[in-house]
Design a protein around this ligand. Structure first.
Ligand code: NAD
Length: 426
């Protein structure tokens, strides 16, 4: 469906909210376009001696608030329109969380799971060589995204430093700790989501105690938000990954054990853990129940958290959603049609550009520490993250009251107002 082309959806979100604040025409036009679109061919000598050819992208949406900033995604379905939308969302996210960055995003059309480690490293280094002239600590600072990780960011930093003939850790974030990465980056997105949710609950005067939660996705974001929510008194009842799910209506006792189990088995569906013993045979004893793949989204819980993929809440299932609050941890999990249905049903949606911005906030801390030769400890990073998330969530909530709009529209309004204030039209 055309409206769920991610870039068209971004444009619709932009236009709708630009109108609400009478955004001036030159700025609106600028935000509907890009500063630079880089599309490049990457060649790679494969292990079998053949030459592999891959398409690489880097899209720099705009740098009104600071250097372009956003992740690199390695996935067979990476496309120009997807990268365009993601770079636009980075502009909005960085503005909502109030860090001095513009928006950018990039990727390679590749399934990294079919590459050897040497091929993956060489492909990453080739991408750096192609992007070198257009990136840098004060120009454009990439980061990890789907299927990219600290190791890949380490290769990225190393190749850039080699070409620049200068150690340049601030060219990329999400690096391993020993290569200038920040403490707390790993947990940042999930923990940031918890801080955002707790701030909004405080505003609406609801206690998190025993609120039930279902989470789709148990990767970096899903497992961290699950762990921190449990520590804050929420009752996690369902978790899923791409291969299956676990559902315990009385609450999954220990997320740390589930994480260990998933690491060991590679999938979550058998992770019914009693103490440190995880076994599918415990399911009955724990009151566990089967779920079909998308049923996790329709459970009668207080809080639903999509933390896996785009476009999972659609007009087909939005009517069946029973949660009263949705915390969007994935980027773009809700289609435009579904959003309207959720609004009519009075479901409170904490939008992606606010709730998952903890990751880029700590990326900013990493970049800052690199530039200032500082090393912050984890406690300090989490304290600063909490302040950022609480301040932004508060601003978004107050804007919602002021304009009588959804939290999503309020987040766009906060972002656009901030960009407008800094935009000098020449
Ligand atoms: P990840 O690759 O670590 O984990 C993704 C998880 O989703 C895996 O557990 C996978 O099994 C699961 N999954 C895939 N298909 C599924 C399906 N059909 N049903 C249920 N689960 C399924 O990725 P991540 O870093 O956790 O990112 C998840 C989402 O959060 C993405 O949309 C990403 O863009 C967004 N995000 C991530 C960060 C970050 O810092 N990692 C920051 C902002 C936004």
């Amino acid at each position: 469906m055309i409206i769920n082309n991610p870039w068209r959806r971004s444009l619709a979100q932009l236009k709708k909210n630009a109108k609400k604040i009478n955004l001036n025409k030159p700025l609106l036009t600028k935000l509907q376009n890009f500063d630079r679109i880089i599309e490049t061919n990457l060649s790679l000598k494969m292990g079998n001696g053949k030459l592999g050819k891959f398409k690489g992208y880097r899209i720099q949406h705009n740098n009104i608030l600071g250097p372009y900033k956003g992740g690199l995604r390695y996935h067979p379905q990476v496309s120009m329109d997807e990268v365009k939308a993601l770079s636009f969302w980075m502009t909005m996210k960085n503005a909502v969380i109030d860090i001095p960055f513009g928006g950018g995003k990039g990727g390679i059309v590749v399934d990294p799971k079919i590459l050897s480690e040497r091929e993956l490293e060489e492909l990453t280094r080739e991408l750096v060589r192609k992007l070198f002239k257009n990136i840098g600590p004060r120009v454009d600072v990439p980061a990890p995204d789907v299927n990219t990780n600290p190791k890949i960011m380490g290769w990225f930093e190393d190749e850039y430093s080699k070409i620049a003939k200068k150690y340049t850790p601030a060219v990329v974030t999400g690096k391993p700790l020993e290569m200038g990465g920040s403490e707390g980056r790993n947990e940042a997105t999930g923990l940031g989501g918890v801080y955002a949710l707790l701030s909004i609950l405080k505003k609406i005067k609801k206690s998190p105690k025993n609120m039930t939660v279902a989470i789709q996705g148990f990767g970096n974001v899903g497992r961290n938000i699950a762990k921190f929510l449990q520590k804050n008194g929420f009752k996690i009842v369902a978790l899923s990954d791409s291969k299956g799910s676990i559902f315990v209506p009385n609450g999954i006792p220990d997320i740390d054990q589930v994480e260990l189990c998933k690491e060991e088995k590679g999938f979550i569906a058998e992770c019914y853990c009693i103490g440190s013993v995880c076994d599918l045979r415990h399911k009955k004893q724990m009151g566990g129940k089967d779920l079909k793949s998308l049923e996790i989204l329709e459970l009668p819980v207080d809080v639903l958290i999509p933390a896996a993929l785009e476009n999972v809440i659609t007009k087909e299932n939005a009517l069946k959603i029973k949660a009263k609050i949705i915390v969007e941890m994935a980027n773009g999990p809700t289609t435009i049609e579904a959003d309207k249905i959720l609004e009519k049903k009075n479901i409170l949606v904490i939008p992606d550009i606010l709730s998952n911005s903890g990751g880029v906030a700590v990326s900013y801390f990493e970049w800052y520490q690199n530039l200032h030769h500082e090393k912050w400890d984890k406690k300090d990073v989490f304290k600063k993250l909490k302040q950022k998330m609480e301040k932004s969530a508060g601003e978004v909530f107050d804007t919602r009251e002021k304009y009588n709009v959804t939290l999503r529209d309020a987040a766009y309004i906060v972002a656009l107002e901030r960009i407008k204030k800094n935009y000098k039209h020449s």
